[in-house]
Design a protein around this ligand. Structure first.
Ligand code: DGL
Length: 286
């Protein structure tokens, strides 16, 4: 498929895509960082989750998502999905050399290296993100001696979409995944002395909404890095937009999904704070 071509002007919208609703945590951070910009958000809800699929499939789906957004004249593409950022950035950049393609892993890795004193860093994400080793590689490029402990927390994705983000069930699942990672540190204890990681990267777009449950089962001294916030800063810097820059757009968002406007709208509440209206979401076919 030939790449779509569209004139991208400085006032053109910023394209953001994810496998589904999780990227809304990144969009929320982008809108806080750049409130005057216009965005187009695409959630590939028909094919969610990406996190359990092969890298080849994720690359193929990602190229189709990007194509749809580029055809609508975006000036920059934000890959608001860790699984896609882990495997598809080179293919996306090769297909769309005329626009900046920004993922969430490099900014998250940089923030983790900056936050960690011991350079012993835990990363949680989907099977695809952790299995591919993208965070370990990105962290070690910045801090060659860093120790990185990766854990796939697949159930967190479904729990976040179900709205089970706090309380006994969320905490029990968080404990099951994270206790082994921080074993020996002891609840409420400091992490560094025991040799446990002192920093935890939320390497999946769904995980920021579970932060309360995650926080309750790890040592209190562990620093939590949210790749959504750090990616938003990276996008702002890449586009050369200062914190107090004059707005180029109207602060609007155009919502696109590949399936299930009603479900997308309902689940969006967990990720955005307020739920969208289903009729605000345009269903498209990739
Ligand atoms: N958006 C994905 C990520 O950040 C999580 C959901 C999925 O598996 O598709 O890795």
């Amino acid at each position: 498929v030939a790449p779509a071509t569209a004139m991208a002007s400085s006032a053109a919208p910023i394209g953001v895509f994810d496998s589904g609703v999780g990227g809304l945590t990144v969009l929320r951070a982008l809108r806080i960082a750049m409130p005057g910009e216009d965005f187009i958000y695409l959630g590939d809800t028909a094919r969610l989750p990406y996190g359990t699929k092969s890298a080849d499939t994720v690359v193929r789906y990602s190229l189709q998502c990007a194509e749809a957004l580029v055809a609508r004249g975006i000036r920059c593409l934000v890959v608001a999905c860790n699984t896609v950022s882990a495997s598809a950035l080179p293919a996306l950049r090769a297909r769309h050399p005329g626009i900046a393609v920004i993922g969430v892993i490099e900014p998250g890795a940089a923030a983790a290296v900056a936050a960690s004193q011991s350079q012993h860093i835990a990363v949680i994400g989907t099977e695809g993100t952790i299995g591919g080793g993208a965070y370990s590689a990105a962290i070690r490029r910045l801090s060659p001696a860093a120790r990185v402990a990766g854990t796939a927390c697949s159930l967190f994705v479904a729990m976040a979409e179900e709205g089970w983000v706090a309380g006994p069930i969320a905490e029990a699942v968080a404990r099951r995944y994270l206790e082994p990672v921080f074993a020996g540190a002891g609840m409420g204890a400091s992490s560094g002395a025991s040799g446990a990681p002192d920093t935890l990267v939320l390497g999946c777009t769904h995980f920021p909404v579970l932060v309360e449950a995650i926080r309750s089962v790890i040592p209190c001294s562990v620093r939590i890095v949210d790749s959504a916030e750090t990616a938003a800063t990276a996008v702002r810097q890449t586009l050369g937009i200062g914190p107090a820059a004059a707005a180029l757009g109207r602060g609007s968002v155009q919502w696109l999904a590949t399936d299930g406007a009603v479900r997308f709208a309902r689940v969006s509440g967990t990720f955005l704070g307020t739920a969208l209206a289903a009729d605000a979401i345009e269903i498209i076919d990739l």
